[in-house]
Design a protein around this ligand. Sequence first.
Ligand SMILES: Nc1ncnc2c1ncn2[C@@H]1O[C@H](COP(=O)(O)OP(=O)(O)OP(=O)(O)O)[C@@H](O)[C@H]1O
Ligand SMILES: O=c1ccn([C@@H]2O[C@H](COP(=O)(O)O)[C@@H](O)[C@H]2O)c(=O)[nH]1
Length: 238
Amino acid sequence: MSVAAYKRIMLKLSGEALMGDDAYGINEEVVSRIVAEIAEVTHLGVQVGVVIGGGNIFRGMKGAASGMDRATADYMGMLATVMNAMALADAFRRAGVEARVQSALRIDQVVEPYIRGRAIRHMEEGRVVIFAAGTGNPFFTTDTAAALRGSEMAAQIVLKATKVDGVYTADPHKDPQAKRYHRISFDEAIGRNLAVMDTTAFALCRDQKLPINVFSIFKPGALKRVVMGEDEGTLVHS
Ligand SMILES: Nc1ncnc2c1ncn2[C@@H]1O[C@H](COP(=O)(O)OP(=O)(O)OP(=O)(O)O)[C@@H](O)[C@H]1O
Ligand SMILES: O=c1ccn([C@@H]2O[C@H](COP(=O)(O)O)[C@@H](O)[C@H]2O)c(=O)[nH]1
């Protein structure tokens, strides 16, 4: 049997990725495919935490840009991630994988509150834990939540599954000349202002010596390759 490179991972899943080719919301086919890839990794015995984004539904910055109070807009963004988390958990249920949602904002009738010890226990029992509502605080992002929960859960790596296949010298969606890094240090990524993740997330992972692997969620098998320690995407390291 093949042996995974990590025992416990924290996967940051882009909210925007969940909409596939749709203009907004959750594309069930895409969600099922992503869930199947995560399930494959759990079958290797890897403990998986997932921090889900909300960009397919609402981003606080966008609300603030059109005149909303920023903190209010950010709370709306966090609630959007709860909807994504519930959709994901239901897709896991349909795939026969046990999953639990824990929310950093309390909505006890709907999902469990975030309780660190209980989250660790779920993972030890082989359940996927989906962390919703980011950090629970406005002015942050779900990238930072992934760095935070990854540190709290003592994950060995944060995997950022996104729409691009790694960290580039510039945003590849805007600059076709941009080149992909194979590896890059936290200090260089922060120093060069590489916006694939926010600086707070990079800085927290750097301080906790928690590496990040950025890879494309649209590339079939990429998640498994990262988990097997194969060369995929970009490794951000201390
Ligand atoms: N230097 C860079 N290298 C790679 N991607 C970059 C870079 N600079 C900006 N980006 C952009 O960052 C995006 C990924 O980050 P973003 O925060 O927008 O999405 P996400 O966190 O994956 O999704 P969501 O916010 O929906 O959860 C990429 O799609 C890319 O366009
Ligand atoms: O800790 C957090 C995490 C998120 N938010 C708000 O939610 C949206 C969606 O999250 P993404 O990371 O962009 O996917 C984000 O734009 C923030 O408005 C937050 O306030 N705090």
